[in-house]
Design a protein around this ligand. Sequence first.
Ligand code: 13P
Ligand code: SF4
Length: 303
Amino acid sequence: WPFFAPYIHAINLLKKERGAVLLAHNYQTPEIFHCVSDIRGDSLQLAKEATKVDADVIVQCGVHFMAETSKLLNPEKTVLIPDMRAGCSLAESITGADVRLLRQKYPGVPVVTYVNTSAEVKAESDICCTSSNALKVVESFGTDRVLCIPDEYLAQNIAKQTKVKVIAWKGHCEVHERFTPEELRQYRKDDPNVVIIAHPECPPEVVAEADFAGSTSGMISWVKEHKPARVVMVTECSMSDNVAVENPDVEFVRPCNLCPHMKRISLKNILESLVYMREEVTIDPAIAAPARRAVERMINLGN
Ligand code: 13P
Ligand code: SF4
């Protein structure tokens, strides 16, 4: 903390001077999440909040697709990401050309893309979804088949909750695909009273071992509401650290996996981002218009 303090102080001062607002995803480390960010949440909450920002500058403390979503919803504002290399294995698993080929293969089938995709992929889709609204989005078309891409496991987890035939793609989150059902069974063996909650980017056989599955904010709300004595959050490491601050009576068991992309964002590069106004996220207007439509359609569906 003594090392963080000068950065926290400088960021909070400069943020005001620049008229900037800092958006932080739930996977950011506690010193970013609790000490410098203005708006915090899961992918859907950040996208929704981005529509309400009245600051001139948005600094996205998250990964590149999140910064692109903020830019899509705020084309006239300056959107900065402290490290342009903060990517995502899901976003990298599919291109706009892949979506065009899928449309040829499944003519007339609606295309739902997870927000964890590039603007180019969003531009080829009918609507976006996040892990907290995927079921509602998939059922919103009233069709018997829907393409839900690129997260294969999210699609399979949704398929279990609906009569709609969900056609998937082979993309995976490199953080959540590493959890195994054996690992979860071992936690229960070690402590039969432990509560296990998982993110739906985990394989279905992992989710099947959990007591609850939901988006990052869904998991946080679940802990706040149920106050379990001991809980395993089957997701990215910083989640437990962030939630522990607000739930001192809950013990968090820490079998977590790190997202190397989220961890590219640090107090140091947030400060540099504000000092040098870098790195600016831009989107080709020809791509931005249809991509914005897909995000706005999702937001307009409501919770
Ligand atoms: P949510 O915060 O929407 O649950 O997404 C999780 C994630 O992996 C974001 O990259
Ligand atoms: Fe992508 Fe997974 Fe990292 Fe989220 S946690 S940014 S889905 S790689």
